[in-house]
Design a protein around this ligand. Structure first.
Ligand SMILES: [Zn+2]
Length: 475
């Protein structure tokens, strides 16, 4: 039953405005830290709904926060609105058909992510007002989830210092409580400087920075054999030293993305990669400078909050998809491989049921899937505030993350239904916290226990600035 509870009715009362917001943001895909229009849409909605608005949160131009209510505990609901390069796709079309423009698209569903979170926050605000309850609800519009680690900078700036509970979600194939498994990561740029020279006439006078990068990569690739099996390392050349092979390359730059199970493991791995970079510089008589660009912590779970969220999901049931939704989803599923579909079921931890195109169950909390091996900047929030996340069922089972198929489904009625459904899950969980101080205490005790042995030590040091230019460089 979707509307037996007051908080769910409050979500439904405003669903159309927020579906329209999600569709507008879908239509203006903006890359990490360039989300000026999307952020303005969210800011305008916050004002229209009567939130007290703080713009440029943590000195980030495209971050915004809105607060409503008085006294009591502070519940934060986190949203995002950044898009991805190269994933432009016409809405509702199940074959690759990019739209005219710069090629960006909402291939991770963050148009829905931001809108559902803001809808949930609005419903909680309306609930507090209708019931005369003390308590504050905040919506955090967080930019640059895709590689920009904005939430880490917001945490560092103290944006969550007085928050009691944080709630978020991510678009997915199934409606469920998100298992708190994600990798800590960091991006580090290694810049080598050597000496230019004529590569044929005076090779002995040159010192190649490009050689240094290549040797560093060889060294790291040998290290792979000797690192934890769940760690990941990838790299990309940012500067190969020029286009002339007859000039010894005086500069070269490589970006490393290093991921590990947790912060302790990540720091060990960073130290080893740095040693290899130093070794490459030594071998080539170049110098190397390492600059941390971004970093996120692994996610910490929170059992009391996960149980509370699961109870909301169990009462709600799966999203109310109909035959038309399933038929549209089938069109997209037809573009996927059997392996895509099988791995979607594996990820959620349920036996595969062929022919099922959209989520029709609520998995139990104990259901353990194949762990997600990506990273999210919600991780940093989860180290300082008890945090829980939902998966919202917004697309066909099997749709890979970061795909044109995901962009293409972002405005379908099924996406809208999944978005409203997950807003109910989050708003219901927030109301449980506001109604039950013991739940907040239990959530805080759970976090204290998880961080007792290894307290939060973020990857981002004080001198690292948000990589505002990252999308310009990438685009
Ligand atoms: Zn995402």
């Amino acid at each position: 039953m979707q509307n037996t509870e007051e908080i769910w009715r409050l979500v439904d009362a405003k669903r159309e405005e927020f579906i329209a917001l999600s569709d507008r943001v879908w239509g203006m895909p903006e890359l990490a830290y360039l989300e000026a229009k999307s952020c303005a849409e969210h800011t305008e909605m916050l004002r229209a709904q009567g939130f007290r608005v703080t713009e440029k949160l943590a000195d980030i131009p495209t971050a915004v926060m809105g607060e409503a209510g008085e006294g009591g505990p502070v519940i934060a609901i986190l949203g995002e609105y950044d898009a991805l390069p190269g994933l432009s796709q016409e809405a509702g079309i199940a074959e690759p058909r990019p739209l005219p423009g710069d090629g960006s698209g909402h291939g991770c569903g963050h148009n829905l992510l931001g809108s559902a979170s803001l809808l949930a926050a609005t419903a909680v605000k309306d609930y507090l007002a209708a019931n005369g309850l003390p308590g504050r609800v905040r919506y955090y519009g967080c930019p640059a989830e895709e590689g920009g680690a904005a939430k880490g900078f917001m945490v560092r700036d103290g944006a969550f210092d007085d928050v009691d509970i944080a709630i978020s979600w991510h678009p997915a194939a199934f409606a469920a409580v998100q298992e708190a498994v994600s990798l800590a990561n960091t991006r580090i740029d290694f810049s080598f400087v050597g000496r230019a020279s004529h590569a044929a006439a005076a090779p002995h006078l040159g010192r190649s920075a490009l050689d240094a990068v290549e040797l560093m990569n060889v060294g790291v690739n040998y290290m792979r054999e000797h690192m934890p099996s769940d760690a990941r390392i990838h790299y990309a050349y940012l500067d190969a030293g020029g286009v002339a092979p007859n000039v010894v390359q005086p500069t070269a730059k490589v970006r490393y993305l290093i991921r590990a199970r947790d912060l302790v493991e990540l720091k060990r791995l960073i130290a080893r990669v740095r040693k290899i970079a130093d070794g490459a510089a030594l071998m080539t008589e170049t110098t190397v400078d390492a600059k941390v660009v971004s970093g996120v912590s692994n996610l910490l779970g929170n059992l009391p909050l996960e149980r509370a969220m699961q109870a909301n999901l169990d009462r709600l049931g799966p999203p109310p998809f109909d035959d038309l939704d399933r038929a549209r989803a089938a069109e997209f599923q037809a573009t996927l491989s059997e392996e895509d579909i099988a791995s979607s079921w594996r990820r959620i931890g349920l036996p595969e049921r062929r022919g099922v195109t959209l989520c029709d169950v609520v998995p139990a909390l104990e259901t353990k899937g194949a762990p997600m091996v990506g990273s999210t900047d919600v991780g940093d929030v989860s180290w300082v505030v008890p945090t829980v996340q939902a998966r919202g069922a917004t697309y066909a089972i099997g749709t890979p993350g970061h795909s044109w198929q995901l962009t293409g489904q972002g405005k379908l009625p099924a996406a809208h239904k999944g978005m409203v459904h997950v807003a109910k899950v989050m708003a219901g969980t927030a109301v449980d916290c506001l109604r039950d101080p013991a739940l907040i205490e239990a959530a805080k005790a759970d976090l204290a226990e998880r961080t007792a042995a290894d307290p939060y030590e973020p990857v981002l040091s004080k001198d690292v600035q948000p990589p505002f230019g990252m999308s310009k460089a990438a685009g």
